[in-house]
Design a protein around this ligand. Structure first.
Ligand code: SF4
Ligand code: SF4
Length: 358
């Protein structure tokens, strides 16, 4: 059984909170190289609360620097390299800790991670090179997989646009989920610190609604941290297929009562689920059916930037006649376009017909 610590937190006392967590988990970084892995996945500003808050990343960086100078902050945003730097600028981390930011998208190699889904996965070399990985995801919902937190954040080990391609190459949502678990097993983070000061509810991972939770949640077992986060959202962790599969594969406990949870744990009142998961519970879990829901366009929000096109869509399902047009036959419902549209103009919604048929 691992320990998960939940602490009330705000930006003013953040550094103290992180210091206490380092003490509680006896973090010893002396003589070690460290990768701090936030979620800087999409090019949106801090007000959206879609990315790990740069102040949380900075507080973790400062705590690390007390012990070692060999620290970098790095993530692989989902779009191509030029877009990656734009995304990093939007995160605000360059102003706070620019010298420590490393564009880990630039050094990648194909690695056998022992996955049956993708034989050789294109990973940032930095992930393999460092002694210690600190995973700092955001507490947020996800229209494709319900929850984006510790396990899902490690998809950012994969370099840039490869992530979108693996949506296509993995051939099903269940197989893609297995790839996420294989990445977690390949390089399990040494420590996970979840930014839950302002979380995201509703239609995450990019265009949901910010929700002030006021917590930092930490643990060495990222899967069990995800179980605790899901329970805080008021959701049965078994309703999240990724967590159920992780539990079946022996990555930890899925019953929160069997996890040593200490501190300021609470179940939040009415945490809004993503629309695609509105009907999902433990008894009725039509996971793959979600991938029959095609994104829709809100023309009022679309600024015709075309960022949802080939750079985001692995299936080349989007063409443009001024506004983007999605070919439903080509679309695999990976929702990458939804995630990377900077305006929130593409969205998915609960489809009663699909779930009734299911
Ligand atoms: S849907 Fe979004 S990404 Fe696509 S053209 Fe419109 S604003 Fe740009
Ligand atoms: S149109 Fe959007 S949801 Fe469909 S395959 Fe392309 S990126 Fe994925």
């Amino acid at each position: 059984m691992s320990r998960v610590v939940v602490r009330n937190a705000d930006f003013e006392s953040l550094r103290r909170t992180i210091d206490h967590l380092f003490e509680e988990f006896e973090v010893d970084l002396r003589g070690k190289s460290v990768l701090i892995k936030p979620n800087f996945g999409a090019a949106v500003g801090p007000e959206k609360s879609a990315l790990t808050d740069a102040r949380v990343v900075k507080a973790v960086l400062d705590a690390c620097l007390e012990q070692t100078s060999d620290v970098v902050i790095g993530d692989n945003p989902g779009n191509l390299d030029t877009g990656a730097m734009h995304t990093i600028k939007m995160s605000g981390i360059l102003e706070l800790a620019g010298d420590f930011y490393c564009n880990i998208s630039k050094g990648g190699e194909f690695v056998d991670i022992g996955s049956e889904i993708i034989p050789r996965v294109f990973l940032s070399r930095k992930v393999m090179d460092v002694d210690y990985v600190i995973n700092i995801p955001k507490m947020k919902t996800h229209v494709l997989c319900g929850l984006s937190c510790c396990v899902k954040n490690l998809y950012g080990y994969v370099v840039g646009a490869q992530k979108a391609r693996y949506h296509l190459e993995s051939k099903s949502l269940k197989r893609l989920t297995q790839l996420w678990l294989d990445l977690y097993k390949y390089r399990t983070p040494d420590l996970n610190i979840v930014d839950a000061i302002v979380a995201m509810e509703g239609g995450g991972p990019t265009h949901g609604n910010p929700r002030r939770v006021g917590k930092i949640v930490a643990g060495t077992n990222g899967f069990e941290v995800d179980v605790v986060i899901t329970t805080m959202m008021g959701w049965d962790p078994r309703a999240i297929k990724k967590l159920e599969m992780a539990w079946e594969q022996g990555l930890g406990e899925i019953d929160v009562e069997k996890i040593d949870v200490t501190g300021d744990f609470e179940v939040l009142p009415t945490f809004e689920k993503p629309p695609t998961f509105a009907a999902i519970d433990r008894a009725f879990n039509p996971y793959e059916e979600i991938t029959r829901i095609r994104p829709k366009l809100d023309e009022e929000k679309c600024v015709l930037c075309r960022l949802c096109g080939d750079e985001s869509c692995p299936a080349q399902a989007i063409s443009f006649a001024d506004f983007p047009v999605i070919d439903p036959k080509k679309c695999i419902s990976c929702y990458c376009c939804v995630e990377f549209c900077p305006e929130g103009a593409l969205y998915v919604e609960y489809d009663k017909e699909i779930f009734e048929i299911a």
